[in-house]
Every structure is written in structure tokens, then in C-alpha cells.
Ligand binder design. Structure first.
Ligand SMILES: [Zn+2]
Length: 214
């Protein structure tokens, strides 16, 4: 059932590992299969060894409806995001280094450049809660009302997108911007950011004009 979607999930899990956004079996990804079902990576299994049969399918009540593997311990986080944001079709959760630095400093990422504005003009830091808990899921959902990319305090990054590709690209872009911001701050000089009005205008402009359109 849903083998093509499960294969896509595995492919992006391997990409996440190879792009250094996670190490070992850390991080997790999910993709919506229907309004009430999603596939999620299993708990503690190496991405490179995954087969479609290793990918559990859950409903929005948190029941496993397909597969024998235990879902990622962060399945509540994915569940809560899907329940609250029906426009989200895929979620990527990673532990990239520079977002990790901001998560320890509890510093949100402001609008640092226009690449970031393709996705968001601000990445908030959600309140701390232990991994796998309902509280963590609720804290992230609350921060996600401001932005589909959220830095999780003393933990990592989560990006929710309209597709797996979009959620993955968002993670890569936000991490790259976090890296620039941390390096800029580390010089001890003033780190300038794009002002709010300009950022909003640029976001509108990019939404309408970026890329190839017919
Ligand atoms: Zn994590």
C-alpha cells in the first residue's frame, strides 16, 4: 500500500543524512497519503537500509493502520502538525548544526537574505519540552502559527511543506541562513537584517515572479 510515497520518504531520508542535517538514525520525515493518513519513518532504523515495508502508516488519531514497525518517537509532533494545518502535506525534522546553535541560544532567525524569504521571514524558537512528548508537539504547533519552519529549543529544526521536496528544501535553506547568521554574530559586529516591511514586499514579489512560469 502506498509504495511510491514510501519510496519517496526513504529517498528524502537518505538525502537528509547525506546533506549532514542528521547523523545516524536521528531525525524523521513524514508524508500525507490522504486527508486522514500519513506515512512516517520508523524509530531508530538506518535510512539507507529502509524498505517500503518498514514504513508505518498512521491515521490522524495516532493508530498504526499499516506496517509492523514502530513509528518514529516524534510521531506526535507530525500528528499534531497535520491536525492543525490541513495545507501541510509533508514534514521534515532534522538536527542541523547551526539551527542547533540558535536553539541553544534560544535565538530566532530573522530575515537575513532573500533566499530565506522564499519560505518565511522569521523562524521562531518553540518552548523547550522533552522529545517524543505531547507538550513538544503542542509547543511546535503554537510556534508554527508564525512560520512553517520552527527551531525547537535545545533540539533542532522542523519544516512543514506542501510537498516533501518543499519541506526538505526549506530545511536546507533555513540551515544555510542560520549558518550565515551565526557566523555574522560571531564577528561581534552589528548583524543587519532585512526590515519587516521590505521582507513582506519581497515575499509577495517572489511568490508572484520567482521561477519559470507560463
Ligand atoms: Zn529530533
Amino acid at each position: 500500500m502506498f509504495d511510491e510515497m514510501k519510496k519517496q520518504l526513504i529517498e528524502y531520508g537518505i538525502k537528509l543524512l547525506r546533506s549532514n542535517q542528521v547523523s545516524g538514525t536521528a531525525g524523521n520525515l513524514s508524508i500525507k497519503l490522504s486527508p486522514n493518513l500519513f506515512a512516517i519513518t520508523p524509530s531508530g532504523m538506518p535510512y539507507e537500509s529502509l524498505e517500503p515495508s518498514d514504513i508505518p502508516v498512521l491515521d490522524l488519531d495516532g493508530n498504526t493502520v499499516d506496517g509492523n514497525r514502530k513509528p518514529s518517537i516524534e510521531f506526535r509532533l507530525h500528528l499534531e502538525i497535520y491536525r492543525n494545518f490541513p495545507d501541510v502535506n509533508a514534514i521534515v525534522h532534522a538536527h542541523p548544526i547551526y539551527c542547533g546553535v540558535l536553539s541553544i541560544l534560544r535565538l530566532p532567525l530573522p530575515a537575513v537574505n532573500e533566499t530565506m524569504l522564499m519560505y518565511t521571514n522569521f523562524v521562531p524558537v518553540s518552548d523547550y519540552a522533552n522529545c517524543g512528548t505531547e507538550e513538544l508537539a503542542k509547543n511546535v504547533v503554537s510556534a508554527m502559527k508564525e512560520s512553517k519552519a520552527v527551531i525547537m529549543a535545545n533540539h533542532g529544526l522542523v519544516c512543514a511543506g506542501s510537498s516533501l521536496k518543499q519541506a526538505f528544501d526549506m530545511c536546507e535553506t533555513i540551515e544555510r541562513c542560520a549558518m550565515m547568521y551565526v557566523l555574522a554574530l560571531s564577528t561581534g559586529r552589528t548583524a543587519y537584517t532585512i526590515d519587516e516591511q521590505c521582507a513582506r514586499e519581497a515575499m509577495e514579489f517572489l511568490k508572484k515572479h520567482y521561477g519559470q512560469r507560463s
